[in-house]
Design a binder for this molecule. Sequence first.
Ligand code: PGA
Length: 254
Amino acid sequence: MSYTTKKIIAGNWKMNMKKSDGLNLIKSIKEASKAIDESKTEFIICPPFTLIDAASEELKGTNIGVGGQDCHTQTSGAYTGNISADMLKDLGAKFVILGHSERREYEKETSEYIAQKAETAIKAGLIPIICVGENLQEREAGLELKVISEQFDKSIPTNEATADNIIIAYEPVWAIGTGKIPTLEDIEKIHNLIQEKSQERFKTKDINILYGGSVKPTNAKDILSLKNVSGALIGGASLKSEDFIAIAKASEEE
Ligand code: PGA
């Protein structure tokens, strides 16, 4: 996906949804998304691996793209339990979330490792959604700009990446699943920094930057109307079709 002025509404289902509930949710999002103007909105759904195949089949021919939530640094080989970018692509995925804070924290993923994954994903023809974000301690110490800047430098591969073949997601860790969000000025400030970093690295500020962390139908309009917010990466609220679509609806109104 190249830089777009459409709003990107992306759902991260995390480790939720067994087969039948997941399929029902995909079908109900597909149906409800018909009420949303395709010229203004681009949808992405990132279900668990177990539902990628079914989601791709069900969503063929719609404007809802499918993404994985992780992939390995290698294309194939002796890596028990892992899934490669090639495998995701083979099942019809177009995107893959990489470097989500839950993987950085629980799976001890470093920015350098994330960059390797992103390079492999791009080579496989996927668009990585690369997540960056400060934790609460870093925010309280006023270090958010430094942290995001470093994560940008190290998590985005120096080979392969362009402003057109990656998406960045700014997700302050303390805002994920907590109901708390930064002030709109703070969101703007961080997105502005990411645009500046993109200007340095890619010679353009035109790069898709999502905000993620407690995006709900009630706050979506304010967040998505910020000029440098390209869309949202949504966890909890993406598991209910009404909420997910209501967020897209709110973005149409801005
Ligand atoms: P949340 O999660 O919307 O539930 O806060 C966002 C995310 O983790 O991507």
